[in-house]
Design a binder for this molecule. Sequence first.
Ligand code: SF4
Length: 511
Amino acid sequence: MSESAPPLRNLRAGPATPDPAPAQVVKAKAPENMAVNKVLCDACPVLCQISEGRLGACDRWGNVHGKLQRMDPVVLMTRPGTVLVPASPQEWDGQLLHQNAPVFVSGVASGTTYPDYKPAPFIVASRQQGVDMVTVVTESIFSYCSFKIKIDTDRYLGPEQATVRFAGEAVGHVTTIEYGSQFLSLGGVHHLTGGSRREGRMTCELMERLGNQQPVDLVIEDGASLRVQAGKAPVVNGVEEQRMRVGCGSAAIGIFARQWFGHADEVVVVDDHITGVLSEHQAGKCLDMPPTGIRIRGRKSTPGRYFQVANPGTGWGGTDIDDPLVIIEGWDPKVARPGLRLLMVSTTGEHAQYYVLDEALLARAVPMPAPLQAVVDRIGENCEPSLVTVLFVGGAGGSLRAGVTENPILLTRSIKDLLTRVTCAGAPAYIWPGGGITVMVDVTRMPAGSFGSVPTPAIVAPIEFTMRRLDYERLGGHTDRIRRLEDVWATDPHRVIPWIPHNPWPLESLR
Ligand code: SF4
C-alpha cells in the first residue's frame, strides 16, 4: 500500500485546474486519405505512415500485423546479486519481483510521449526498503543536446574555436584545453537545425554514434584528423595516443626535482604550454641548485617557467619540434661550463635525451645514465592511459516533463530539492545548477545502443525520474497511469540485461 498524500495545504502544486470534461487523448488521428494498410506513428513530429511489415523512418517503430509497435523490447536491468529465475521451477512462487526492487525499468526502447502532454510510456511502482517508489520512464527526443568530448593528449589538435567536421560537414568546434586533455563540443541545436539539411543529418548521425560508443572520424580545420570513441584511446593523425601527461612542464619539474638532483646540472621539461627549467624554477632554488647560464626561447612567465617555446604540434611535449635543442637560444659563457650535464625530457617521458656541454659549450648527446633513465621511466609510469571521454548533455527541462506531471515546474523543483533522482538508462546524471533540467551523463555508464535518432533531426535518449510515490503525488504526477513492476514484467515485451557495475542503484535512498 502506498502512503497517501497529505492535504495540499502548503504544497506547491497550485490550485487544481477546473476541468469538467478532461481531455482524453489516446492517439493522433490518421489523415483521411491514408491507405488502409498503413498505420500512423505519432511518436515524433515526422508522423510516418507505415505500411504493413515495414518500419518508420527511424527504424524504431513498425507496422506489425496492422499495429504500431516499438520494434525493440524495453530494457530492464537487474540489480546486482538478484536471481530472478529460481534454481528449481518448483520453487517458483511468482514473488521474486516482490523483493527489494530487484529490477529497474530503463528508458531504453521505452517509447516516447510526443506531443509531450501524454503520460510517459512507463510509470512504474516498486518498493525499496519498505518505501513505495515511482520511476517515470521515457525515451526523450532531444533537439537541444550535444556531446562534450575530452581527449587525453598533449598533441596539438587545432586552434580553439576551430570547426570540427564529420563527413565534410561542420558538427562542432574545438573548445578549451584542460590539464592534459583537449575538449571538443560536438552536435547541438545550431548544427542540427541551423545549417543545411545534410549538416543536420551528419550531425545527428555523428551524435548517435558517439552516444552508442562507436568510433567516429573527425577533421579539425587547420588541425589534426582524429578518431574518437568513448572509453578508447584517441587516434591523432593515424597514431594511437598512449599516455596522458603527468602534468605541465613546470609541474613535472616540481614533482621530480629531488629525484634529478645530483644526477643532472640542468633539466628542461619541454611543454607546449609551460616549459620548466630546473635550475631557475623554485623547486631548483629550494634545492640550492646553481644557475647554469641556459637561455630558453619563448616568453618567460615566472622563474623557470616559459610560454611559447615553439609552435604547437605533435612532437615533443605537444610542440612541433623533433630536436629539443632548438628551444635553447644559447648559454651564458660566464656561467655555463664544459662538462655541464643536461637532461631534456617531454611531459610524458616519451621523448628524452641526455647531453653534456663540450669545450665550445655545445650540447652533445650521450647515453643517459641509469639514475636519470629511472626518473624518465617514472614520468611514464605516472602518466595515465590516454582515453576519450564522451559526455551527453541534454536539456530535459522542456516539454518532456509533461510526461511526468501536469505542472512541469514541480518536477524541476523536486530534482533541485534532491527528491527526484535523474538517470539515463540507469546511469547517474549530473544536473547542472541554474534553471531547467540540464543533464550530463557519461555514455560509457549506459548500455551500448541506448541512443537513437529521428529525422527531424534530433537525438533520442533514455531518461528516468525516480522518487517516492508520495513525492510523485505531491508534484501532480500522472498517478492514474502508475503500473506495478510485476505487471510490466508479466505483460510487456522486455529484454533483461545486467546492471552496469559502478552505477549506484537508482532506487536507493535519495538523500
Ligand atoms: S521517425 Fe520514427 S518515431 Fe518519428 S514518426 Fe517515424 S517511425 Fe515514428
